[in-house]
Each structure stands twice: as C-alpha cells, then as structure tokens.
Design a binder for this molecule. Structure first.
Ligand SMILES: NC(=O)c1ccc[n+]([C@@H]2O[C@H](COP(=O)([O-])OP(=O)(O)OC[C@H]3O[C@@H](n4cnc5c(N)ncnc54)[C@H](OP(=O)(O)O)[C@@H]3O)[C@@H](O)[C@H]2O)c1
Length: 311
C-alpha cells in the first residue's frame, strides 16, 4: 500500500514508518519543518510538506493514499487549552480524513488510549467502547474520547477505520517525553520514587516497536470500526514500576498517601492518571490480527539502563 503517515517523526511514528517499509509498503510522511522532512527522508519515507491545521492538504494526502495512519497530536495546545483543545483540534482532522476516504473502504488507523473505556473493574477488552465525553468531562483525559468515537463511527461511511489503544507507558530507547521519563524526572526532583497509596493499581506498558507492528497489522487487516490493544500484558502494579525506578536511581520507593493533599503534592497534574487502575486484555488483538508483543517488557527495559544515563 501507499500509506500516508501524520506524526511520522514522533516517538511512535518513527518506528511505524520503518515497520511499514520493511513490510513492503510505501510511505509518505507529513512534515511541517525542514528538520521533520529530513527525519522522514532518513526513515525512507517520501515527504509531503504541510501542517495539521491545513485540513484541505490532509484531505488531499489521504485521497492520494491507499490508507492513513495518524499518530500526530497538537501537544503544543496542552499548556493553554488542556486536553479539550487537543481534542478540538483533532476532531476536524478525523472528519477531513473521513470525507476523503468515505465509501472507499480504505483504512484509517489512529492512536487512542487504553484508558478510554474507563475503569470497568475487570480487564478492558477491545469490544469495550470509549466512554462518552460530554461537557462534564471537560479538562479530563476523557475529553479526547470524542476523537476515538468519531474515528470508529467513520466505519458507517465506508472507511475501514480503527483505533489502536496505546498503553499508559510506551517504552523504547528513544522515549524522551512519555510517562516513564516524567516519573523518573519527578523522582529525581523529590528525592524518592512515589507510588499512590498501596501502589496496587495496575498500569500497563508496551514496547513502541511492538506498538508499531500493531499499527501495521491494523492497517493491513483490521475490520472497520474496531479497537485494538497495544498492551504487552494485563498490567503491572504501579508499586513495581516505582520500585524498579527506585532500584536504578538508588532512591527509596515510598507510598504517597492517596488523599486530596498528598497525591497532588507529589504527582501534580499527573494525579488523576497515576491513581487509576488500567487492567486491559490484548487477547482479541492477538487472536484476530496475529499480533504478538516480542520486545522486552517494561521491567526488562528499565533494567537495560537506557532510561538512566550516567551523569
Ligand atoms: N503512552 C503513550 O505514549 C500514548 C498513550 C496513549 C495515546 N498516545 C497517543 O499516541 C499518539 C502518538 O504519540 P507519540 O508519543 O508518538 O507523539 P509525539 O512523539 O509527541 O509526536 C507527535 C508528532 O506530531 C507531529 N505534529 C505535532 N504538531 C504538528 C503540526 N501542527 N503539524 C504537523 N505535525 C505535527 C510532530 O511533528 P514534528 O516532528 O514536526 O514536531 C510529531 O511527529 C498521540 O496521539 C498520543 O496522544 C500515546
């Protein structure tokens, strides 16, 4: 296929492009700067200059392709407008792809979040839809669910749309801005590695190379209107992650009382995210798409040391 990739220079995109090329696909990537254009060329992709704000350009790129993978996001809007602004910017992009691909049966694969179905008190499956994101959810992570739901609904318009729900932690040797580097930086600043309450809440993880393979499989064979789970296992207790970080940093792992003062005192804007449990299954993804996570798991990758450069 000739695949249009938006976000090809990012953490996931820079693994998705080589994954597609090595499977025999041709890739055109969106670049908004000379540096991004050079990075895409180095990955073996053709370059299409443009910006996420140019919806006509995105429509044209989608129409010129056999399928689209969208892993770009307007993170620059987070500080001023929060998740609402990020979602509001993404929505017209998905609708633009929808217009370009309607009635073609071509694939559109976008990134979603493993937290989107909420805490169901059992492992979330690929059949659980994203929770609705109404007015009352403004300012929370849930505000972005409207984007996932819009992508899924494009199936009704003849787009082979699917959403790859990415684990909380996507890890690799090039992870510079994910949750893991953020938690490590926080621990260094505070002098200890905090975990909320008893730390039994489950987080999940995926090696970004495994996630990239799943994006390719979804592009190639996901039925329309489906969710897929890029998670390497059912979940790891937050405390185990904190203890692994503590071990590498030579700092103590310490429980942060799970109350309205102490948790925000340590975790700040991450509070509502770190206190949740995200048990998730990947069984349907493995059985249906034949995906198998084969890269090092989170704790093994933390042991590799690349998250803890000397000095
Ligand atoms: N654990 C996780 O990492 C996780 C979990 C759930 C969901 N997700 C979602 O997965 C997706 C991919 O995440 P990621 O970590 O791979 O992203 P990332 O590393 O932050 O990369 C963002 C990409 O978007 C591009 N971009 C941003 N603004 C643009 C603009 N105005 N015009 C054109 N391109 C623009 C960037 O291009 P430049 O190189 O030009 O800046 C870059 O390629 C995101 O939607 C993210 O929210 C991630």
């Amino acid at each position: 296929m000739h695949v249009f990739v938006a976000g090809g220079t990012g953490h996931s995109g820079s693994y998705i492009i080589p994954e597609l090329i090595s499977a025999g696909h041709e890739v055109t990537g969106l670049a908004r700067s000379d540096a991004s254009a050079a990075a895409l060329s180095a990955l073996g992709a053709k370059v299409r200059r443009g910006d996420l704000q140019d919806l006509d350009g995105l429509k044209e790129a989608a129409a010129d392709s056999d399928g689209v993978i969208h892993v770009a996001h307007r993170q620059d809007l987070l500080p001023s407008g929060g998740m609402d602004a990020v979602a509001a910017a993404e929505l017209p992009i998905m609708l633009a792809y929808g217009e370009a691909l309607a009635g073609t049966g071509k694939p559109l694969v976008t990134a979603g979040s493993i937290g989107s179905p909420g805490n169901l008190r059992r492992p979330v499956t690929e059949n659980d839809p994203a929770l609705p994101s109404g007015e009352e959810h403004k300012g929370t992570l849930r505000a972005r669910n409207v984007v996932e739901r819009t992508v899924i609904d494009l199936a009704e318009q003849g787009v082979r749309s699917s959403v790859v729900r990415i684990a909380n932690i996507a890890h690799s040797t090039t992870d510079r801005a994910g949750f893991l580097p953020t938690l490590i930086a926080l621990a260094k600043e505070k002098g200890f590695v905090g975990y909320p309450g008893d730390g039994a809440n489950l987080w999940n993880a995926v090696h970004i190379r495994d996630a990239a393979a799943l994006f390719r499989l979804a592009l190639e064979k996901a039925p329309a209107g489906t969710y897929w789970h890029a998670v390497e296992d059912r979940g790891i207790p937050f405390r185990a992650i904190a203890e692994a970080i503590a071990d590498r940093l030579g700092l103590p792992a310490v429980s942060v009382p799970d109350d309205a003062l102490m948790t925000p005192g340590y975790f700040g804007f991450l509070t509502n995210i770190v206190t949740q449990s995200y048990p998730a299954s990947n069984l349907i993804t493995r059985r249906t798409l034949g995906w198998e996570p084969v890269r090092p798991g989170l704790l093994a990758d933390l042991n590799n040391g690349h998250y803890f450069p000397a000095g």
